[in-house]
Structures are given as structure tokens and as C-alpha cells.
Design a protein around this ligand. Sequence first.
Ligand SMILES: Cc1cc2nc3c(=O)[nH]c(=O)nc-3n(C[C@H](O)[C@H](O)[C@H](O)COP(=O)(O)O)c2cc1C
Length: 268
Amino acid sequence: MPGILNMSRDGIGYIVVMAVGVCLVCSVFVSGAAVYLKPLQNVNKAADRQSNILEVAGLMEPGIDVRQRFDERIDTKIVEIETGEYVESIDPEDFEQQEAARDPEMSVKVPREEDIAGIKQRSRYAEVYLVKGNGDEIESIILPVHGYGLWSTMYGFIALEPDANTVQGLKFYQQGETPGLGAEVENPKWRDLWPGKLVYGPEGEPQIRVIKGSVSEGTPNSEYKVDGLSGATITSRGVSNMLEYWMGERGFQPFLKRIRQGSLTAAK
Ligand SMILES: Cc1cc2nc3c(=O)[nH]c(=O)nc-3n(C[C@H](O)[C@H](O)[C@H](O)COP(=O)(O)O)c2cc1C
């Protein structure tokens, strides 16, 4: 320290030492704040996730205690995507699908020819949410979906009725599309077009998609179709592609088949 006191304040050495000192002090503050606030950020992230899930299931009301409603009504399960079976060895509290997709041991590469959703790599496991009815009955099934739009990977949830086919809702909670164009995927008016649509055609293949233009009474197979977002055909196609992937054989179809056969209930 005496060294620095003896330095001339106009000298280059003094300026460099002071600049480095200020940077060090600031970086300690910033990293300290990041570490200190991490648990709070995680709590907020979990609360946000829970409110999105309640919303897509139609269980969100103003003023409710989100956590309490979530705990009362929703059963969280980890599913192995390939087999569609529940995995008891992973605690949902410790699981984060976006992180798992980056972990080589927890993820698989999506072959290019199958990668219609543009995700490249996906977690082998997914967190699914079952809205509990009376006893073992499931009132709705909520599945995470994601896929590339025009600028960004869009993350959302689709809620299905217990028939594992009829849509209850679709909600995106993270996307970077253009406000007023692709970002209209979050517009409640567009979201209102989804409930009642069917995912699977008569042969059991995913049929649901966003079309270019509007669905009218005369539109053939309108039960599988949703209006496109005007001026945002690429984002709209991204939504169709992600649903085709996630509702298909490589996505949640094995899990949904088990639900339909009644071999998986909320309790199992
Ligand atoms: C600045 C800018 C931002 C755009 N953002 C989006 C977007 O978020 N999603 C999208 O699908 N198209 C976006 N587009 C338009 C696409 O480039 C493309 O023209 C459009 O998807 C075609 O849709 P349309 O056939 O309905 O016009 C954007 C265009 C510009 C110039």
C-alpha cells in the first residue's frame, strides 16, 4: 500500500492500479450479488413456471396463491420421452429440461432429418404436469414444447384433455420473435383459437397445425387447424413444426398412448 501512496496521481502506474482496484471491488460486488440472489431468482423462476402451467390449464385466477393452487391441483412427473414411462429416480425439484438438454448424459442429438422443430439436441426426459381430478383421474395433461421460430427458440406448454387429443390451451412463456409479428404467439386472442382443436388424425398421426390465413366454416378438417399469424408465416410454421415433433413418435406420443390406454394415471 505505501507504494501506491507514493505514486504520482497523474502517473500511468497510479491510474492502472486504481482502475484494476476499482474493477476488482466491483466484480466482487457483482458476483457476490449474483450468488446471493440466485436462490431468490430460482424461487421466482419456479413461481413463474407454475403460474404459466396454471394458466394453460385454465386454473389461474387473479389473487390466488399460485404455489398453493399448484400444489393442490398439479402432479409433476418426470417422463422418459422415448418410452413414455414415468421415471422415479429423478426428483422434479432438481430437474430443469433446458439444462438437461445441454448435458451430454441427459440428452440425445436430434438427427437432422428428424429435426423439424430445429432443436438440435433434446433432453431424454421431460417434466409433465397432470391436473388431478377425483381420485386417480387426470383432468388435463400439460406438456412442455419448444421449437425454432424465425429468430428464436420458443418455449411453451400445451394442455390436453384426458382423451390425450383435444387441446385445452397453448401458452408460450419464452420467445424472441418480433413484437407485433411473431411475438403474437403470446396474444390471448390467438391463444383463444386453440381450445377444442384436435391433435391426432384418424390414423393417430399428429395433424394439428397453424395454416396461412384464417380457418372458416368451409375450411376442410378445420378441427386440426388454427389461423396463421398475419405477417408471421415463419413463426406460424415454427409452431406447427414444434407440435408435429413433440406430439409425434419422437416426442410425447408414446407417453400419450399410455395415458389413453389407461396404463398411466396421476397416481402411478
Ligand atoms: C423487421 C422484421 C421482423 C420480422 N419478424 C418476423 C417474425 O417475428 N416472424 C415471422 O414469421 N416473420 C417475421 N418477419 C417477416 C418475415 O420475414 C416474412 O416476410 C414473413 O414471415 C412472411 O409472412 P407472410 O407470408 O404472412 O407475410 C419479419 C420481417 C421483418 C422485416
